[in-house]
Write a protein that binds this ligand. Sequence first.
Ligand SMILES: Nc1ncnc2c1ncn2[C@@H]1O[C@H](COP(=O)(O)OP(=O)(O)O)[C@@H](O)[C@H]1O
Ligand SMILES: [Mg+2]
Length: 234
Amino acid sequence: MLEVTGLRVAYGGIQAVRSITFHVGEGETVALIGANGAGKTSTLKALARVLDAVGGDVHFCGEKISRIAPHHIVRKGIALVPEGRGVFPRLSVLENLHMGAFIRHDSAEVERDLQRVFAYFPRLKERAGQLAGTLSGGEQQMLAIGRALMSRPKLLLLDEPSMGLAPIMVQKIFEVVRAVAADGMTILLIEQNAKLALESSQRGYVMESGEITLHGESAQLLDDPKVRAAYLGE
Ligand SMILES: Nc1ncnc2c1ncn2[C@@H]1O[C@H](COP(=O)(O)OP(=O)(O)O)[C@@H](O)[C@H]1O
Ligand SMILES: [Mg+2]
């Protein structure tokens, strides 16, 4: 579904992503793990066209998307849940969710998807009328994922959904990520929490200083001595 070839991202003279190649198949959850500063967010931003890559190609469902306008990305079926969530603080939970469906005109289907999001995250239903800015960090993460799902994407890009959250909340969020995947969603999951990401994915890529240094089946990466030493604190 997603084919990334030789992708490079730079900020002025700083090379953040140095020619990486990876793919995500339809229905897969693929983890991209790595330490802070490895280039994970820059990769995701380039895929979502939030920033311009300086080199490489991105194909999505067979179509080259590496140069399309950023506002076309959602229409192509890619939804980004950014680092730090990016919910609209002065809008209610319900309004935020409807913003996720702004490109859609199938209101009966939108309503059905809204109920599906509420089924994944009952907390959002309880807080539907509350301003998003007054939600806890974990609830905002739920809302950001719910809002992304409201565009009915083919591919969900998640940037560190566990960041800054209490362990119990991280468990809740990941239960839903796995449920969304089990319902057929294709997911590219970016995480510093390597254990959680590898336990929630079929394949994984390890990123270090802008390069992919290891890749394989997630279960094998979890057993890999280098991964264990560098990312699992062993
Ligand atoms: N807006 C920016 N301007 C300059 N350098 C940046 C910017 N964003 C990120 N970087 C640099 O790019 C590298 C990769 O950052 P990032 O993609 O955010 O990594 P990660 O998400 O893996 O923590 C880091 O060295 C970071 O300092
Ligand atoms: Mg990041």
